[in-house]
Design a protein around this ligand. Structure first.
Ligand code: 1HE
Length: 267
């Protein structure tokens, strides 16, 4: 399938691994993986077609020392865009990030260095974020004389609360280390390589049934957008389909036969 053919990408490095696991890396390290129009279009292409191309889980990473420096400010400055044009740029970002969040394929972000501006917006469209000791988060839009446009008002405020997000944009405040995990900017922090940990998580997640992962990585997000009443109805509907899938029967049988692992506290 052409969607997962690495040779058809320039701004992304696509690396197939075993069992439908793919590493998708922003591949403009000399520009600190700043998001230009071409990169956003490649993200749309990959994440629109990933599931149908057999992708079971994705590790989203960045080449070089920084995950992502956000909007390509030089491209934006040179293009001297009209409001109308930039609105459509933003809509393409939303297309990419919504395909990620709602696409049903688990995405684990391996973060390092700068995760700033649009880079944080990109990271927040992943389902799980892993940071390392070098990782720092910021929304420098206020200092740059601009505003967010890639979903920070939705996803970053969801992660840390609206007033913390407002503070980040107003003051350029930087979060890093354990504080960032405590606030919800990442779910995991590692001493070593965030990529190794993200790969480990992705390999584990890819063992879930695809339909189960589809539900987890789309239904939760959709239901957050609904009223409680509608979400309960939708959850019953999704549960009706997923929880009766034929592929689940062997796992249920293993539990009934006491051959499946039990849930135990961490040792
Ligand atoms: C870039 C960008 C970029 C680096 N657009 N070219 N984002 C920001 O405000 C963050 C801007 N970037 C930085 O603060 C720093 O570059 C970093 C902390 C990420 C990295 O620092 P450093 O010292 O390793 O690199 P550098 O020397 O600053 O940059 C190296 C090159 O990357 C240089 O290009 P060169 O051709 O001169 O070598 C930089 O110009 C280039 N570069 N970051 C373009 N962002 C939908 S709205 C979203 C709104 C936003 O995302 S606003 C936040 C933008």
């Amino acid at each position: 399938n052409d969607v997962v053919n690495p040779d058809t990408y320039e701004s992304l490095a696509i690396s197939p691994r075993e069992n439908g696991l793919y590493v998708v890396s922003l591949n403009r390290p000399t520009k600190r993986n700043a998001l230009n129009v071409a990169t956003i279009e490649e993200l749309i292409r990959f994440f629109s077609g990933a599931r149908m191309a057999g992708v079971r889980a994705v590790v989203l990473a960045g080449e070089g020392d920084h995950f992502c420096a956000g909007l390509d400010l030089v491209e934006h400055w040179k293009a001297d865009r009209s409001a109308d044009d930039f609105m459509h740029v933003c809509l393409r970002w939303h297309e990419a990030f919504n395909k990620m969040e709602y696409g049903g394929v688990p995405i684990i972000a391996a973060l390092k260095g700068a995760v700033v501006g649009g880079g944080l917006e990109l990271a927040s469209a992943a389902h799980i974020r892993v940071m390392d000791g070098s990782t720092y988060f910021a929304l420098p839009e206020g200092q740059r004389g601009i505003f967010t446009g890639g979903g920070a008002t939705i996803r970053v405020s969801d992660m840390i609360g609206k007033y913390r997000m407002i503070d980040m944009v107003l003051t350029g405040r930087v979060y890093q280390g354990q504080e960032a995990v405590d606030l919800g900017l990442a779910q995991y922090m590692v001493e070593g390589s965030s990529l190794d940990k993200a790969m480990e998580i992705a390999a584990k997640v890819a063992q879930n049934l695809p339909l189960t992962n589809f539900a987890i990585c789309s239904a939760v997000s959709h239901m957050k957008n609904m009223s409680g009443l509608d979400a309960a109805y939708a959850e019953a509907f999704v549960g009706g389909i997923v929880n009766t899938q034929p592929d689940a029967r062997a796992r249920l049988e293993a539990f009934a036969n006491k051959t499946a692992a039990r849930v135990r506290p961490n040792t």
